[in-house]
Design a protein around this ligand. Sequence first.
Ligand code: ZN
Length: 145
Amino acid sequence: MNIENLYRQVIMEHYKNPRNKGLVDDPGYLTIHMNNPSCGDELTVQMKVENGVITDLKQQGTGCSICCSSASVMTETLKNETTDRALEIIREYYEMIKGMPYNPEILKGDALVYQGVSQFPARIKCATLAWKACEKGICKIKEEA
Ligand code: ZN
């Protein structure tokens, strides 16, 4: 099996069995809506931050397989990280998506399967939507702190 097929399998697995899917009705969560009109992706991310740690992340959206699967991967990657570490991981993810060198000590796991997206500029917004939602949420929480 070549590496691109492996990546595609991981993406389809997250698309079919999304992690942390479904929203909660809890005022302790911050809710962020994002959309990507160029593809039609719509996404809502909810996050709970306690003592600087992301203790829970939820996601619910509709859209393409890249967007929906990467929302699943994002929640798995950033849950239980501190907000500072999460911002570092998000920055490395953006570098990888742009086809730039990234730090494999910081960015690991299933998030790496999106590195091929750098060859398809039209899909970059799909692959970063969930990560931008989380970044936006963290920035809002930090501003209010
Ligand atoms: Zn999309």
